[in-house]
Design a binder for this molecule. Structure first.
Ligand SMILES: [Ca+2]
Ligand SMILES: [Ca+2]
Length: 240
């Protein structure tokens, strides 16, 4: 039984060692080769692979990730954010416009998404975070309140570890879309003294998908081999 306990503790140690969260994919929107111009950037991830796209007629340019207090991006001099605009007219299209990010989580579990978002004065104050397990249908999960204009809200964090369907899924995707103020049918402006407008902007930066590698097949193979060895030795002892 000593050997069995050892084999199990070894297997647990291997599994724990594999459970450390890592960055699967990250967008910083900065030019791959710094060019000193925050008006140029890229929607290709800086780390990993994935696709960033615009939802529902939103358009985007690149703009400074350092302005207005700045995002959490440590880059300086050529720190861009993805500056989205052309949101829906007041009172229409609740949760239909924003940005989408698609990232395969194959081989990963315990997914956590984080992002920084600058709200302009006239942008929608409320952000709805949605996730998808098939890349087509999106489910409301969490909402955030951007209750100031011309300000960055850094470190928005969404823990999806309780949603088994997003684990080990090639079709995982999430959206951040503009939403009506709670219990109303109208957008609120981020700056309480401003009026909501379609030209308001949401500027994304440091969009990050973190997750823990699913314990590898080798871990289980080693565990089974360990248990088999224990069984073999026990059988030999019984014979002796
Ligand atoms: Ca640039
Ligand atoms: Ca940036």
């Amino acid at each position: 039984m000593k050997h069995l306990a050892l084999a199990i503790s070894l297997a647990a140690a291997f599994a724990a060692g594999n459970a450390q969260a890592v960055v699967v994919t990250q967008w910083n929107f900065n030019s791959a080769t710094p060019d000193g111009n925050t008006g140029t950037g890229t929607i290709l991830p800086a780390i990993g692979t994935g696709t960033a796209s615009l939802v529902g007629g939103v358009t985007a340019t690149f703009a400074s990730g350092d302005a207005s207090g700045g995002s959490s991006d440590s880059a300086t001099g050529d720190d861009s954010g993805w500056n989205t605009t052309n949101y829906t007219p007041q009172g229409t299209g609740n949760k239909t416009r924003g940005a989408q990010f698609s990232v395969s989580t194959v081989g990963f579990q315990n997914v956590v998404v984080s992002y920084d978002l600058r709200h302009s004065n006239t942008s929608s104050r409320y952000e709805q975070f949605q996730y998808s397990t098939d890349g087509l249908n999106f489910v409301d999960f969490m909402s955030f309140d951007g209750n100031a204009g011309d300000a960055w809200f850094n470190g928005r964090s969404v823990d999806l570890s309780g949603v088994a369907g997003v684990n080990n899924n090639a079709n995982f995707a999430f959206r951040v879309v503009s939403a009506f103020a709670p219990s109303t049918t109208a957008y609120a402006a981020s700056n309480p003294t401003s009026t909501y407008g379609t030209s308001g902007t949401w500027r994304f930066d440091m969009v990050t998908v973190s997750a823990a590698p699913v314990p590898e097949a080798e871990t289980y193979a080693m565990m089974l081999a360990g248990l088999g060895l224990v069984g073999f030795m026990a059988a030999r002892r019984r014979k002796a």
